[in-house]
Design a protein around this ligand. Structure first.
Ligand code: FES
Length: 83
């Protein structure tokens, strides 16, 4: 298990469109990652940001982007310092 020193904030859109595109699975991946790494991480859901056509929408440390699937999110999380 690797500690992630910095505190990170992950916001995942849980609006209906993003949820239908897999945002719920992204939230599960982020939650599991935080547990595995005992990460200082804040995981929050947010409402629709009206970018539904380009979802699921994720804000990682203030940077909003589309994260198309669990694999892409895992890569982003790994870049925070975990294995
Ligand atoms: S439902 Fe996520 S941006 Fe609209």
């Amino acid at each position: 298990m690797t500690d992630v020193a910095a505190r990170h904030r992950i916001e995942i859109c849980l609006g209906s469109s993003c949820f239908a595109k897999g945002a719920g699975r992204l939230a599960e991946v982020a939650s599991a990652w935080a547990e595995r790494h005992q990460a200082a991480i804040e995981l929050v859901g947010h409402r629709c940001r009206e970018r539904c056509a380009d979802g699921p929408r994720v804000v990682l440390d203030g940077v909003e982007r589309r994260v198309k699937d669990e694999r892409e999110l895992a890569g982003l999380l790994a870049s925070l310092g975990g294995p």
